[in-house]
Every structure is written in structure tokens, then in C-alpha cells.
Design a protein around this ligand. Structure first.
Ligand SMILES: Cc1ncc(COP(=O)(O)O)c(C=O)c1O
Length: 369
């Protein structure tokens, strides 16, 4: 079997055609194609205020700024996530309190979150890890009770739903990453979605040197350059047009793994939240003998990926006083990291490849161990 990548984008001729068209137009910075992309995203996920950005790390930073969070304010962030959930908040001047995740679907452990609260805690971040749906109702009610703003990081869960509403649209503000390995990609890129126009305008100024309109040299606020570009947008337009196909394929792949590996007692799948309809960016499993399985699969040309390394252990945060953690805690995060494995999850995977992957995982547990 040819090498099976853990993840790769789902492209066809359409992307090439639309990029070529944009190139030929000679307008490649942010313009009409970006507007078109924003409109398509807006229509797809049924949200009015959609802003394309250079990437979602700067998107998260912009969200914190748009919400009016101030230097020294605290935000509760899951301990098991991608590093920029923390660094973007530090960049915005916030203190980050690392919260344990639960043992079912990586959602914030609210018993721990409660202990983290102080007078300075002003916000909480939901992260739908691997496309899994976090416990939205409980987190939103916790936030309401404690007067916290909610940033919803749906970087990994574009297309997923909870109760017929798209993930990423539940928080005060939220968004997605369209980095090369995401379900839908523009190479680099992100989109912020906001309930209020006020937040959206703030983000538009931040990304465009502090002004709302291009071409003017009058700047109302201090801003930077997190703009998108039309080359990436033209890829995005083609990708969004294939949304239904990609989402269907991703769901099929996850179901395939769940169905075919359900009898292997050494493997545990995440538990779907009631009323949720996730699109699993990566099918993530908890396994016994992870390291050996990973090597075994690699030798058979099957690439897998580890879980995220918990934030409380990251070297880059060790001496950073604005990242607040409790060293003896985070048993779930650590367990996930130690036993967690992400299986090949590209929408490109065909049945032969899926059967080959499943057969080898079964072989590993049934015949050898
Ligand atoms: C949960 C999460 N948040 C934020 C980001 C950052 O997104 P970007 O790579 O677009 O900056 C990522 C990227 O993978 C992510 O997975």
C-alpha cells in the first residue's frame, strides 16, 4: 500500500481553476474574491458577521481585543489544546488559567473551571477539539452565571453542529482556522464570526491598520495587518462549494473506524455529546500500547499523529507568570496525551485504504499483543 498520510487537503481541478483565474486577474491581495469567500461562509453557517483573516491565531487575538478584554484580565482556557489558544491570549495581554478537560470528549471540566474563578476572570474559551463538540449548554450557562464572555474556538470543527446550529456560532465571538490540514482549507487563513456588528467592526479595524475602508490614510484606531488575500480566498471559494461532499466523507470515515474497531477492547473512542452532530477533523482514539501501535502502523505506511502536548507541561510557559497552572492536576490531559492517537482522516481516503488501516490495527491487537 502506498504511504497513507494522516491528513491532506481535498482538492480537485476546481481549486486550480479558481486560483489561475485570480492570478490572471492580477489582483491577488484582499478584494472581491475574499468578499465572495466571506459571503459563502456566512451563508453556509448562517451568521451575518464574518471576517476573513490571515490566520486564526491572530483571529483569537482579535476576538479578545474585540470583546474589550483588558491587560491583566483572566481567561479560562482548556489545558489540552493547540498552543496558540494560549499564546494569542498572552499577546492580547491576558492572563491564562489552564483548565482540565473531561474524560469523554475533551470539554472543559467545569468543576475545575469553578475553582479557577477570581474577580479578574472575564472570559472563557471553548475549544471543540478534533472536531468533537464541547459541552456547549453547560459551558454557556457557567459563563452566564459568572458573567464571562465566551470565545468559541472552532478551528478544528468547521461544519459540525449542535442542535442544528453550527459550532463556532455559539460564543459571543468565535471562528475557524483554514490552515492546510483543516477540513476546509485556504493554505493559511482564518475566519472570525461575531454576533454583534460592533465586534465585527473592531476586528475589521484591527486587521486593516485601524480603518474600515481601504485606500484611506485616516486611521481611527491602532490597527495592524491581518488581512486575507484573494489567492487564498479563491481556494476557499472552491472548498466551500465542495462543503457537503467533504463533510459527508469526513463523517463516513469516522463512522467507518467506529464501526470496524468497536470490538477491540484496547481502543476507546470519544463519546459524542447529546444533540451534537460533529464533523471529526481527526478521528481520535485512546489506545493501549500507543507507541508500539504507532511504530507498527508506520512500518506499514500508515501515518498517525499524537495528541496535543498539554499546556501545563509546555516549556515555553514554564517561567511565564501569566500562564497559571496547577502542576499536580491535569490527569485527564496527561492521559489523553499519553494514550491518544489520531488516525488517518483525510476526506481523500478510499475504501481500500480504510480497510487496510483497520485490518492492520486489528492485526496489531489480535495477533501480536
Ligand atoms: C484549536 C486551535 N486553535 C487555534 C489554531 C490556530 O489556527 P491557525 O493555524 O490558523 O493560526 C489552531 C490551529 O491548528 C487550532 O487547532
Amino acid at each position: 500500500m502506498k504511504f497513507i498520510k494522516q491528513i491532506e487537503p481535498y482538492f480537485d481541478k476546481q481549486e486550480l481553476k479558481s486560483v489561475t483565474k485570480t492570478l490572471k486577474s492580477t489582483f491577488i491581495t484582499e478584494g472581491n474574491e475574499t468578499k465572495k469567500f466571506e459571503k459563502l461562509v456566512s451563508k453556509k453557517i448562517k451568521v451575518k458577521n464574518v471576517i476573513a483573516l490571515s490566520n486564526w491565531t491572530l483571529g483569537l487575538y482579535s476576538c479578545a481585543k474585540a470583546l474589550g478584554l483588558k491587560s491583566g484580565d483572566e481567561i479560562i482556557v482548556p489545558n489540552l489544546t493547540f498552543v496558540s489558544c494560549v499564546t494569542s491570549m498572552l499577546m492580547a495581554g491576558l492572563k491564562v488559567k489552564l483548565c482540565e478537560v473531561n474524560s469523554l470528549n475533551y470539554s472543559l471540566d467545569l468543576t475545575h473551571a469553578k475553582k479557577l474563578l477570581s474577580k479578574k476572570t472575564k472570559a472563557i474559551m471553548i475549544v471543540h477539539l478534533f472536531g468533537e463538540c464541547s459541552d456547549i449548554p453547560r459551558i454557556l450557562s457557567f459563563a452566564k452565571k459568572n458573567k464571562l464572555k465566551v470565545i468559541e474556538d472552532a478551528a478544528q470543527s468547521f461544519g459540525g453542529k449542535f442542535k442544528n446550529k453550527y459550532l463556532g456560532t455559539y460564543g459571543d465571538i468565535g471562528g475557524f482556522s483554514f490552515y492546510g490540514n483543516k477540513t476546509i482549507t485556504t493554505g493559511e487563513g482564518g475566519v472570525a464570526v461575531c454576533k454583534s456588528k460592533k465586534y465585527a467592526d473592531k476586528i475589521k479595524r484591527l486587521k486593516n491598520y485601524g480603518r474600515l475602508t481601504k485606500g484611506s490614510y485616516k486611521h481611527e484606531e491602532i490597527g495592524y495587518n491581518f488581512k486575507f488575500n484573494d489567492l487564498a480566498a479563491s481556494i476557499g471559494v472552491s472548498q466551500i462549494n465542495k462543503f457537503n461532499v467533504i463533510i459527508k466523507k469526513k463523517k463516513f470515515i469516522d463512522n467507518f473506524y467506529r464501526k470496524n474497531l468497536k470490538n477491540i477492547k484496547q481502543i476507546k473512542f470519544s463519546k459524542k455529546l447529546r444533540y451534537s452532530n460533529p464533523v471529526y477533523w481527526f478521528t481520535s482514539i485512546q489506545v493501549i500500547k500507543k507507541k508500539k501501535l504507532k511504530i507498527f502502523l508506520k512500518k506499514r505506511n500508515i501515518e498517525t499523529r499524537d495528541f496535543f502536548y498539554p499546556m501545563h507541561l509546555q516549556k515555553c510557559f514554564v517561567n511565564i507568570k501569566d500562564v497559571i497552572s496547577e502542576k499536580s492536576l491535569y490527569k485527564n490531559s496527561l492521559k489523553y496525551y499519553q494514550n491518544g492517537l489520531c488516525l488517518p482522516s483525510s476526506a481523500n481516503l478510499n475504501l481500500d485504504q480504510l480497510n487496510y488501516i483497520v485490518k492492520n490495527i486489528k492485526n496489531f491487537y489480535e495477533l501480536r499483543n
